[in-house]
Design a protein around this ligand. Structure first.
Ligand SMILES: O=C(O)CCC(=O)C(=O)O
Ligand SMILES: [Fe+2]
Length: 284
């Protein structure tokens, strides 16, 4: 097990990440600076970066076991939403696939269900990791999302489940695959399918009608860290097949500090449990 007591508290990146291959603890000189430059260039050109074995097998096992042990406390959420996770543009025709609601089920731990002493929570809280992501995403400032439910989530998709197509509400989401599906469960996306001002509707419509020509997918083994612009890249996960769930940690970031989601959005995502927490607060 890894030492996480307060007397020996160090950035969890130093315990878990393959720093020989991904020197994110030393990005200002030599190999680290070269690595950062390559990542920035890749992000700029392709709109994503994929780091396989970012968490190498010896530390992944502990991290995956931790999540498997926490997941029995999670609820199964049924999430129904259109790709924008909000109101549909009224100018879009009635039969447009962009109006459709996509439904999926996931076993999901919200941030407040992931104790602060867990390795995954400490990895998320790592300033080295946040700063690496900030620099690859080319941001002046980047903060871990301030929302008490959404900041870090662990999501398990059971065989037969998928993750419906959507844009994230946040621009910047990072995923860490903790347990791969035996088959299927592929992260699938259209890099930069929209900008703050417009959307490539032709490609999006094609994708939603099942034509995957412009979709990007890559095989990701457990331990892979993926950066992309989730708020601007339509994405989801194909159906999980085989005998075991696909487990992923979702790490969210924001350019502004302390941003939180609206209560109704959190109730829509997390259901009754969060509704009760919020109702209890408004009474006191
Ligand atoms: O599990 C994944 O790879 C992606 C999940 C996702 O898109 C999300 O939680 O918003
Ligand atoms: Fe997403």
């Amino acid at each position: 097990m890894f030492e996480t007591t307060s007397t020996n508290k160090q950035d969890m990146v130093l315990n878990l990440v393959d720093l020989a291959r991904y020197p994110i603890d030393d990005l200002d000189q030599g190999q680290g600076a070269e690595f950062l430059r390559e990542c920035q260039e890749h992000m700029e050109i392709h709109g994503w970066c994929n780091f396989d074995n970012f968490i190498p097998p010896k530390s992944l096992e502990a991290l995956a076991t931790e999540s498997r042990e926490l997941l029995p406390n999670a609820e199964t959420l049924t999430i129904k939403r259109n790709i924008y996770q909000g109101k549909v543009d009224p100018t879009v025709p009635e039969d447009d696939p962009r109006r459709r609601e996509y439904v999926h089920s996931a076993i999901q731990l919200a941030d407040d269900q992931i104790p602060s002493e867990t390795m995954i929570q400490q990895l998320y809280k790592s300033d080295l990791l946040t700063d690496f992501i900030r620099r690859v995403q080319g941001k002046e400032q980047l903060y871990r999302y301030g929302d008490e439910f959404q900041a870090l989530n662990i999501v398990a998709l059971q065989p037969g489940s998928w993750h419906g197509w959507h844009y994230d509400v946040n621009e910047c989401t990072v995923t860490l695959l903790l347990q791969a599906a035996d088959e299927g469960g592929e992260f699938t996306f259209i890099p930069d399918s929209r900008t703050p001002d417009s959307e490539n509707t032709e490609i999006v419509d094609q994708f939603l009608s099942g034509d995957m020509t412009h979709a990007k997918t890559f095989s990701r083994g457990a331990g892979t860290l993926t950066l992309f612009r989730g708020g601007y890249s339509l994405h989801g996960v194909s159906e999980v097949k085989g005998g075991q769930p696909r487990i992923t940690a979702i790490l969210t970031y924001n350019e502004m500090p302390g941003v939180v989601a609206a209560d109704d959005i959190n109730i829509r995502i997390y259901g009754k449990r969060v509704e009760q927490i919020l109702a209890g607060r408004s009474l006191s």
